[in-house]
Design a protein around this ligand. Structure first.
Ligand SMILES: Cc1cc2nc3c(=O)[nH]c(=O)nc-3n(C[C@H](O)[C@H](O)[C@H](O)COP(=O)(O)O)c2cc1C
Length: 340
């Protein structure tokens, strides 16, 4: 029996299978607004049979976008085009969430950029060290974006705490040199994340899921490793985190020795140490690799990124070799691959 194609229950909600489309920036928006490209992109993966979609990093403030072409949720006008995507995707019994982000010092947008400390990323402009007011503004913008995400109908929010963006910049000792209550000890460096979680959960419906994406390894001797990230999660989870998505890297620019499943041991460790449901992944390219990863590492869900860009119908196409007889959309039934 396939674990990949079996349903997963969380907080009374049922997700039809264990395959997650990883969040992937499309750099295709103007003024943060989703458009027909985004609809076609997400809807085709829903038609293709993926169980969960995580909509790409979406800026909670204009200066919090990675690029000027990112999606945004800082304004009510951005709700309707996202709701259109959510409504269509849900017609295929696909679970859909949105990743909320502030890029901090890695923002390539015009104007001022902000970070916990005035340390530039590589050759990018030097960011402004955030004041308490700046911090408060970002926390409130996560809260407002969460309200809008609810109005758009999303099933879950994923807080982007990974890849060296603002939350990760607060978490990492490489980028956070503050002397106030937001810097220094790991507990202090986690405060910004905790306050964001509290702000979101004060408005996010209790029955809906809140997920956190982390970089479990920073690939630098003085950076966070999986043990510290487990501690960060344990310091935060009681404020309302339901699930963790384990990625790695992005705080500093280093060469990573990436191979299929290279991040899975981190995901396994996070599950062991935090007792939260975990999604893992990285360079997983087939349903059978995903199946093996789920069982070998005891994970709950598995994400695929680039392979789903190459092959949007992968879940439908690769069910049969795993002995699974999936219901295909009626329009495509005559193309169905029948199990032997
Ligand atoms: C085009 C592209 C855009 C990405 N954008 C995001 C993003 O918005 N948020 C995020 O957390 N990760 C992002 N990632 C990383 C993916 O979510 C995923 O973790 C990574 O591609 C590794 O998985 P894969 O080997 O299955 O592609 C992006 C990756 C790609 C290829």
């Amino acid at each position: 029996m396939s674990k990949l194609y079996s349903a997963y229950q969380l907080k009374g909600q049922t997700i039809k299978n264990r395959l997650v489309m990883a969040p992937m920036c499309m750099y295709s928006a103007a003024q943060g607004l989703a458009n027909d490209w985004h609809l076609a992109h997400y809807l085709s993966r829903a038609v293709g049979g993926v169980g969960t979609i995580v909509v790409e990093a979406t800026g909670v403030l204009p200066e919090g976008r990675i690029t000027e072409q990112d999606l945004g949720l800082w304004d009510d006008s951005q709700i309707a085009p996202l709701k259109r995507i959510v409504d269509e995707v849900k017609r295929y019994n696909c679970f859909i969430g949105i990743q909320l982000n502030h890029a901090g010092r890695k923002s390539q947008t015009q104007g001022k950029i902000f970070a916990p400390s005035s340390i530039a990323f590589e050759t990018m402009p030097t960011p402004i060290e955030m004041t308490k007011e700046d911090i408060q503004k970002v926390i409130e913008s996560f809260q407002q974006a969460a309200l809008r995400a609810d109005r758009a109908g999303f099933d879950f929010i994923q807080i982007h705490g990974a890849h060296g963006y603002l939350i990760n910049q607060f978490l990492s000792p490489l980028t956070n040199k503050r002397n106030d209550k937001y810097g220094g000890t790991l507990t202090n460096r986690t405060r910004f994340l905790r306050e964001i979680i509290q702000a979101i959960t004060s408005v996010w419906p209790k029955e809906k899921i809140l997920s956190l994406r982390v970089s479990a390894e920073e690939y630098h001797p003085d950076g966070n490793h999986v043990e510290e990230i487990c501690e960060v999660i344990n310091l935060s989870k009681d404020f309302g985190i339901d699930m963790i998505d384990v990625s790695s890297g992005g705080v500093v620019n280093v060469k990573i020795n990436a191979f299929p499943g290279y991040q899975l041991p981190f995901a396994q460790k996070v599950k062991e140490k935090t007792a939260l449901p975990v999604t893992g992944g990285g360079l997983i390219c087939t349903a059978s690799e995903a199946e093996k990863a789920l069982s070998d590492f005891g994970l709950d869900l598995i994400f695929m990124g680039r392979e789903l860009l190459r092959n949007p119908f992968l879940p439908l196409n690769q069910a049969s070799p795993l002995g699974v007889d999936l219901e295909w959309p009626y329009q495509y039934k005559r193309a169905k691959i029948v199990p032997k």
